[in-house]
Design a protein around this ligand. Structure first.
Ligand code: ADP
Ligand code: MG
Length: 359
């Protein structure tokens, strides 16, 4: 037996390490977009406009009318762990438990060409800056890295070009641009339902008519009607459930919109927001679908939207923030109480139907 000759251990180049790490955070155009939407919402935007080319791989641009970024912050904007949202360790458990803690823009700058145009209300003009690998870079060779004054509206426009240009394996795994575009539309649709007071627009670059367009100041049912159709909206039931002493870690509140037995979809439509962040939980989904057993015929599925707010302290912070599947304290108990409330509403509805038939 001849063991292999050991090879020397080398330190990976910094840029390679960053690129690998960024790929773990930004999986595809839709995951980049989710981060960008949340940044715009955090900035208080009431209008979010998205432009897409080639499923977001060639171009993903998001324009908001939020607070903008101060000119003096632009040099460190795309560095790792730079944020305006968190400063002490205890903040970490209080806010943005699912957030990237200042990693989103940094990650994007390692796997794309990132540029920013931004204007705060107190500035007289906008500034444009370009980033690569976390740092400011010149727009063209020979120019300075200094952010340049330019024309622009109040708010921020973030442009991501050539996503994954330097990670060819990732890029080749995402060749189906129409699949990526429908994922982008799906993320936007869900955020538009959850934020009916905010206007969302999404279009392909060069196309005149948007594929998604919601007005500002509508309501959740109106948004459902616009985005999922009247057939869903006219069968919606609504319930709110909450529990626990407010201000204790055990307290939580929830609001749900879900269809009654008259609506029958082939596949379940499930929107889950926990603390205003779009997440996935196959356990909660399955539990809520279970309520419809015996209500819907076999093979038919409902539409369900759940807005759950829990104390950030009860979210399992050991789960990596990029993992879409979430777990939290008292999950089973909370899920059960929500399912009970759904069941009650569905039963009420079917009773009133029987009553309608009788009279
Ligand atoms: P995080 O959101 O966790 O702070 P990001 O990398 O997503 O990290 O963003 C870094 C910082 O850039 C934010 O804290 C915020 O100050 C600023 N920022 C990003 N996007 C916007 C935006 N659309 N409008 C205003 N400020 C923004
Ligand atoms: Mg962010």
């Amino acid at each position: 037996y001849e063991p292999p000759t050991p090879l020397p251990i080398r330190r990976l180049e910094e840029s390679l390490i960053n690129r690998i790490a960024a790929g773990e955070i930004i999986h595809r155009p839709a995951s980049a977009l989710k981060e960008l939407i949340e940044n715009s919402l955090d900035a208080g935007a009431t209008s979010i406009r998205v432009t897409v080319k080639d499923g977001g791989l060639k171009l993903l641009q998001i324009q908001d009318n939020g607070c903008g970024i101060r000119k003096s912050d632009l040099p460190i904007l795309a560095e790792r762990f730079t944020t305006s949202k968190l400063s002490t360790f205890s903040d970490l458990s209080r806010i943005s438990t699912y957030g990237f803690r200042g990693e989103a823009l940094a990650s994007m700058s390692h796997v794309s060409h990132l540029s920013v145009i931004t204007k705060t209300r107190s500035e007289t003009c906008a500034y444009r800056a370009h980033y690569m690998d976390g740092k400011l870079v010149p727009a063209q060779s020979g120019q300075t890295t200094e952010p340049k004054p330019c024309a622009g509206n109040d708010g921020t426009t973030i442009t991501i070009e050539n996503l994954f240009f330097n990670t060819p394996t990732r890029l080749s795994a995402l060749r189906n641009t129409s699949e990526e575009y429908s994922r982008i539309l799906d993320v936007l649709t869900k955020y538009a339902i959850h934020n009916p007071k905010i206007s969302f627009v999404c279009k392909k670059a060069g196309s005149g008519s948007p594929d998604l367009n919601t007005p500002a100041s509508s309501t959740i049912p109106q948004a459902v009607r616009m985005l999922y159709g009247q057939s869903v909206e006219k069968e919606l039931l609504h319930t709110t459930v909450s529990s626990g002493d407010p201000k204790t870690p055990e307290s939580w509140t929830s609001e749900a919109y879900f269809t009654n037995a008259n609506y029958q979809s082939k596949k379940t439509i499930f929107l889950l927001f926990i603390n205003h962040r779009l997440v996935e939980s196959s356990r909660i989904k399955r539990a809520m679908e279970g309520v419809y057993h015996g209500v819907l015929p076999k093979g038919a599925s409902p539409f369900m939207y759940l807005d759950l707010q829990i104390d950030p302290r009860s979210v399992d912070v050991n789960v990596h923030p990029t993992k879409k599947e979430v777990h939290f304290l008292n999950e089973e108990d909370i899920t059960m109480k929500i399912c009970d409330a759904l069941q009650e509403k569905l039963a009420e509805k079917s009773q009133s139907r029987t009553f309608e038939y009788q009279t």
